[in-house]
Design a protein around this ligand. Structure first.
Ligand code: SF4
Length: 210
């Protein structure tokens, strides 16, 4: 795909949704960090249901640590993998208190050193909480990038690096959200809705649906 097409695609996605953001509910970087840890292999809707009850009670490292693993599980037990996630969130709270003055770090190395935080989670936090032009490639972004030809790659890291290199600078900050939302609601895994897709004429996918 050439630069002109990429620019047109992101121009259309931006025109349709000028201020995209995550569908996870949060009001502080810490709330976002915990929500993203909880969201691995879970839906944003499911995470929001849990955090809407948790955060009014505990939304700081100290307060969640005070709940303890079992107390935290009571709030997140509807989310998949909640046992491991509870352990990771509690350990992350401990580390934030001990090493970072209870403040979520704004750099990749410190974020990825937190339990339950991998490259994708770090990218989401850096982009959404700290306005850094990172690209958190999830299953939706991976699929859309490959199908359309915007940034094809054999694995998520390759797609991430290509997106950071190829997405025109003016769109880089929000590209991650536009691609996720496009994959979640239009370019769906089993049945892409090509007939009502606003970038259908620009997309290079060979098996478009009618
Ligand atoms: S035209 Fe189809 S395959 Fe291409 S981005 Fe749109 S929905 Fe996805």
């Amino acid at each position: 795909m050439n630069k002109e097409k990429r620019t047109q695609i992101f121009t259309r996605l931006r025109d349709a949704n000028p201020n995209p953001t995550t569908e996870l509910n949060y009001s502080t970087p810490f709330e976002l960090l915990v929500a993203v840890i909880l969201s691995a292999q879970a839906t944003d809707v499911g995470v929001n249901k849990a955090t809407d009850k948790l955060y009014p009670v505990a939304n700081t490292p100290e307060a969640i640590l005070a709940l303890g693993v079992d107390g935290l599980k009571e709030y997140i037990k509807t989310i998949g993998l909640f046992n491991a996630k509870a352990e990771n969130v509690i350990k992350t709270c401990q580390l934030l208190i001990e090493k970072h003055n209870s403040i979520v770090p704004d750099n990749r190395n410190d974020l990825e050193a937190l339990p339950g935080v991998g490259r994708k989670t770090a990218n989401v936090v850096l982009n959404t909480a700290f306005n850094q032009p990172t690209m958190a490639v999830d299953t939706h972004i991976f699929r859309v990038s490959n199908r359309t030809g915007i940034a094809p790659g054999k694995d998520v890291l390759e797609v991430e690096k290509r997106l950071v290199r190829l997405v025109p600078k003016e769109f880089l900050m929000d590209a991650h959200h536009w691609l996720i939302l496009h994959g979640r609601y239009v370019c769906k895994a089993r049945k892409p809705q090509c007939g009502s897709c606003i970038i259908e004429d620009l997309c290079e996918y060979k098996q478009k649906t009618s």
